[in-house]
Design a binder for this molecule. Structure first.
Ligand code: ASP
Length: 319
């Protein structure tokens, strides 16, 4: 099932968008679409992961991502184990590789990892024999967020996002969401813009595949989609903005700045939102404009699609 035009999805891991070709992405998105349809129709999913064990290993806090992998795994019939890091041997000083070796000895099939260090999931993938899914590593990548964002956009724009102009705004420098999204959105034919203060946009960001703007008025011109990002204070070594109030004044999305974009523009945010810092509540909560809740709903279906594709690829390798 996880194939597009006879091109089978054969990847063992989901670590970065850059590891995938367009047909892999299309396979994943169409599986996500399939599970989204099932959840809209309230039909039960097939037990595609029956007999498989999924371990959630989150070294950084998470609400949406961890829970949506848990729900996705359970809906597909997997045994799901959430490692409580604070109560595990990690809290006693165990290294990442020792944790990996211990988990590997228990033979999980799917390991979902979030870590504050960029590259940690890729390192784990070399040490374990199961599939590893990157649920966010440092400032590096968040491929499942980019996939669910693309699927949310396809739904919001009647199936096709080719040619859309998308502004990703705010703290680009510390954002793994921005890095994964620019790769995927470029691959899907979108025009991407980064908007933010010079302190929050890396000097080489124009080489990532986006045009860079430092003011919302010019940056948002003609945009179909505005993706707001959280100020990632936990990743900032010093002060990157004078004050949150001033940041909101220049870069926070409110009704007045929304007028710079196309009249029918949609607003996204990967969550968690800092209301009144990067986005105003009346914009975030307006169902005519905001597709933030749809991102969360789509997240479960998209993760079901990713788990399904990886499990099928594993079974094909084993047979
Ligand atoms: N939830 C996203 C992430 O884990 C965005 C954020 O935390 O601001 O990167």
């Amino acid at each position: 099932m996880a194939s597009i035009d006879g091109y089978p999805f054969e990847k063992l891991h989901c670590l970065t968008i850059a590891d995938f070709h367009r047909p892999d992405i299309e396979s994943l998105l169409s599986l996500g679409e399939h599970y989204l349809d099932l959840s809209v129709q309230k039909s039960p999913a097939r037990s595609i992961l029956a007999g498989k064990t999924l371990v959630n290993l989150f070294f950084e806090n998470s609400t949406r991502t961890e829970k949506s992998f848990e729900i996705a795994g359970r809906r597909l019939g997997a045994d799901v184990i959430n490692m409580a890091i604070a109560h595990s041997s990690v809290a006693k000083g165990e290294t990442l590789l020792d944790t990996a070796a211990t988990l590997n000895a228990m033979n999980p099939d799917l390991l979902v990892v979030r870590h504050r260090a960029s590259g940690a999931p890729a390192l784990l993938a070399q040490k374990v024999s199961c599939s590893v899914i990157n649920a966010g590593d440092g400032m590096h990548a968040h491929p499942t967020q980019a996939l669910l964002d693309a699927l949310t956009l396809r739904r919001a724009f009647d199936g096709s996002i080719d040619g859309l102009r998308i502004a990703i705004c705010g703290d680009i420098a510390h954002s793994r969401v921005a890095r994964s999204n620019v790769q995927l959105l470029n691959m899907l034919g979108c025009e991407v813009r980064f908007i933010g203060p010079p302190t929050l946009i890396p000097a080489d960001a124009d080489r990532w595949g986006a045009d860079v703007f430092h003011d919302m008025k010019t940056g948002l011109k003609g945009c179909d989609v505005i993706m707001m990002l959280r100020l990632q204070l936990e990743r900032m070594g010093g002060s990157f903005v004078p004050s949150k109030r001033e940041y909101f004044h220049f870069y926070g999305l409110d009704r007045a700045k929304l007028l710079y974009a196309k009249p029918e523009a949609k607003v996204m945010h990967p969550g968690p939102m800092n209301r009144g810092v990067e986005i105003s509540s009346d914009v975030a909560d307006d169902p005519e404009i905001s597709i933030i809740t749809q991102q969360v709903e789509t997240g479960v279906a998209m993760r079901m699609g990713i788990l399904h594709a990886l499990a099928e690829a594993q079974d094909r390798r084993a047979s």
